[in-house]
Ligand binder design. Structure first.
Ligand code: ZN
Length: 426
């Protein structure tokens, strides 16, 4: 069985490369000795693989440190210019793109607003392609140097023979997004990685933010809509994995408020930004004794949800209606979090998304207190609830980690580097 043995040796070799790349990526700069200790690979194996990675231009030397009594240790890091990645966030109110080097420094960004109620597939595809063209032009990075483009989208992403989206709240039913991005107008030939936005946010927090070190966490993505990503480290603590849930469409009130999905009483219909603003408008009318009146657009400054929600939070100091709406929001959100705690027993819950960050910063004690009241006491005691650290670009940043993950696993190389890299000739 010579065929089989050759395959196994090559496979092992690729695996050692991957183990070292993952270790170096998250702990750079570090020395060959550090890598050997962190991975358990022999110093000879580390030296061989690192020699290969330096020759290919993936790893570079970055100075040295003194070691006790011995020769100075050479520090290594990933070459940030070996390749570039793009992360795109298809949000509720905008499409945002960022182009990063391989070590996640931002080199260019682009932003196109979306009308909150206009998520026609054609519009979204046009905006994604426009963002991609803009970041390539602004950065001056040629297409051939792009490792891949990650796209974080709302809704359920099905990875079958082709990537298909189901976004019930937008009327997206089996939308073949990847095919549309290839075919529409000039389209794009770049490798595409399409994933649910709560998942890409979860991966960003897991890799670079509040989720570092979490064994089993949940990242809640709250914008106009609501989602959650369940994250856990693999056994070897290298490939962080995450999976999305439709937490926003779990029922928090039987027979409650209308939800955009067509059901009644979903969590999103209470704690999504649009729902919070609508509840405020309703509370204001009721306080005036009116059955119906103006929408939040007439009651709060700013025509976009982000400005209006920030204004509502400021208003809570003087307006009893605004204060009540926010208190109730903390109560509902805490109850929704308690469900996550009882179902999944995470050791960490992170609030993210633009509205999640705003609510978390203003209401965290009240949210924690409601979660404590609604969850079982033991799993509640085992978890922490915190606010995400990455900021509002976390979905785009997380989307950009998808091609990086493929690169670290040895399955993606930029087109202009394929001749230099072992196993990718041609
Ligand atoms: Zn719903």
């Amino acid at each position: 069985m010579p065929e089989r043995r050759r395959w196994t040796v090559r496979d092992l070799r690729r695996d050692n490369r991957s183990v070292l790349l993952w270790s170096l990526y998250f702990d750079q700069p570090c020395s060959r000795q550090d890598l050997s200790e962190a991975t358990g690979l022999s110093s000879a194996s580390v030296s061989n693989v690192i020699r290969e990675l330096i020759a290919e231009g993936i790893v570079i030397e970055a100075g040295s440190v003194d070691s006790d009594g011995g020769r100075p240790r050479v520090l290594l890091r990933i070459n940030p210019d070996f390749g570039y990645v793009v992360g795109i966030d298809v949000g509720e109110t905008r499409v945002r793109a960022e182009l990063f080097d391989l070590t996640m420094n931002v080199r260019a960004n682009a932003d196109y607003p979306l009308e909150p109620r206009e998520h026609g597939v054609d519009v979204v595809v046009d905006r994604i392609l426009a963002c991609l063209r803009d970041v390539l032009a602004e950065s001056g990075v040629p297409q051939e140097s792009i490792l891949g483009v990650g796209v974080g989208v709302p809704g359920v992403v099905e990875h079958g023979p082709e990537v298909v989206l189901y976004g019930q709240t937008y009327g997206w039913d089996a939308v073949p997004l990847e095919r549309l991005l290839r075919d529409k107008g000039p389209g794009t030939d770049l490798p595409l990685y399409i994933e649910n936005g709560a998942n890409t946010l979860g991966q960003a927090e897991l890799w670079f933010g509040a989720g570092q070190g979490a064994r089993h966490g949940v990242v809640a993505l709250i914008g106009s809509g609501v989602g959650a990503s369940i994250i856990g480290h693999g056994a070897a603590e290298r490939a962080g994995t995450s999976s999305g849930t439709e937490w926003g469409h779990t029922t928090i009130m039987v027979g409650g408020r209308d939800c955009r999905c067509g059901s009644l009483g979903c969590l999103e219909a209470y704690v999504g930004a649009e729902a919070i603003l609508d509840r405020y408008a309703q509370a204001s009318h009721e306080a005036q004794g009116e059955a119906e009146g103006q929408g939040w657009q007439q009651l709060l400054p700013g025509q976009d949800e982000e400005t209006a929600l920030a204004a509502l939070a400021d208003l809570a100091e003087t307006s009893p209606e605004a204060a009540k709406v926010l208190d109730d929001t903390a109560l509902y959100l805490g109850a929704g979090i308690a469900d996550l705690i009882n179902l999944f027993g995470p050791d960490q819950i992170i609030l993210g998304g633009w509205a999640g960050l705003l609510l978390g910063q203003r209401l965290l004690p009240a949210i924690r207190s409601s979660a404590r009241e609604h969850a079982l006491s033991h799993p509640y005691a085992e978890t922490t609830i915190s606010v995400g650290r990455i900021g509002p670009d976390a979905v785009a940043r997380g989307a950009a980690t998808l091609p990086i993950q493929a690169f670290l696993n040895g399955t993606a190389v930029p087109a202009d580097r394929r001749g230099d890299v072992a196993g990718h000739a041609g």
